[in-house]
Design a protein around this ligand. Structure first.
Ligand SMILES: NC(=O)c1ccc[n+]([C@@H]2O[C@H](COP(=O)([O-])OP(=O)(O)OC[C@H]3O[C@@H](n4cnc5c(N)ncnc54)[C@H](OP(=O)(O)O)[C@@H]3O)[C@@H](O)[C@H]2O)c1
Length: 259
């Protein structure tokens, strides 16, 4: 394709994207952005309504199909049941956006095994299992894009969220490990690293006047991000414009890491 046709490389028409955590926040924005770029969407979420609820409606309003699955990614058996259902669709997944994530805020000295296990299972283990299984089909076809959603806590320690930090730091290692193995086989594995985004995930920080002000003061863009702010980077990494991008972690953080 000529460089003059670069715009066409962002076109996802005819592709199928699997998006986890699609019901709200960044995942919902990503699902709609993918649909607006031409992709049909298969969405997964813990509490997804029958028919796909709001995200299903938004995707269909873009003229694309939406198929929804409810799955608790903290439960390994449910993940395997989901994979069996997805396998039954006999769809080639061109894109996987591993977005679902959870956070447990509790000081390290009081961070129970249960909290740790749940966060690691949702944020890291389920993502590995899904990517391994969906990625196998991509490898078979010699094409595919997998995107993980990392965090500022992939680079920094955070406060009161040791499991979350460990999971998001682990995701960066996983991104690189898979990219090393799969780059030569036509499959791109990358991550976006959102800064501080106004979603339910950061509700406790938004509601704490002191933490909220501290965070805002450190953001060069002088505002918290919105889910829509993250979508452009996700679409880029899902598109053919990123064919030579492998194992990267793209911060979308209003300049946070540049400070
Ligand atoms: N907000 C930020 O500032 C920020 C910054 C860096 C990274 N991130 C990451 O971005 C991703 C999306 O977060 P968000 O900010 O959009 O948060 P959010 O609004 O809380 O959305 C989280 C999504 O993940 C899904 N989810 C959570 N636990 C799940 C489980 N056990 N099984 C299946 N789905 C589950 C939720 O499903 P339901 O809606 O069905 O419950 C929801 O759709 C996460 O990986 C998060 O760590 C967020």
């Amino acid at each position: 394709m000529s460089i003059r046709d670069l715009g066409a490389r962002f076109d996802l028409a005819g592709q199928t994207a699997l998006v986890t955590g699609c019901r709200r926040g960044i995942g919902r924005a990503a699902a709609v952005g993918l649909a607006a770029s031409g992709a049909n969407v298969v969405g997964v979420s813990a509490a997804l309504e029958e028919g796909g609820g709001d995200v299903g409606e938004d995707v269909r309003a873009c003229g694309r199909t939406f198929l929804g699955f409810r799955c608790d990614l903290s439960d390994r058996d449910s993940v395997y049941r989901l994979l069996a259902e997805l396998g039954g669709l006999a769809l080639p997944f061109d894109i996987l956006v591993n977005n679902a994530g959870t956070i447990a805020r509790r000081p390290a000295a009081e961070h129970s095994d249960d909290l740790w296990d749940r966060v690691l299972e949702v944020n890291l283990t389920a993502q590995f299992v899904l990517t391994r299984e969906v990625g196998r089909g991509m490898l078979h076809r010699g094409a595919g894009k997998a995107v993980f959603v990392a965090s500022m806590l992939s680079f920094q320690g955070g406060i009161n969220v040791p499991g979350y930090t460990a999971s998001k730091s682990g995701l960066v290692g996983l991104t690189r490990a898979l990219a090393n193995e799969w780059a030569g086989q036509g499959v791109n594995v990358n991550a976006v690293a959102p800064g501080y985004i106004k979603t339910d995930n950061t509700r406790a920080l938004q509601d704490d006047p002191e933490r909220s002000a501290d965070i805002l003061a450190r953001i060069p863009a002088r505002r918290w991000g919105t889910p829509d702010d993250i979508v452009g980077a996700i679409l880029f990494l899902c598109s053919s414009a990123a064919d030579y991008v492998h194992g990267s972690v793209l911060p979308v953080d209003g300049g946070w890491l540049a400070r």
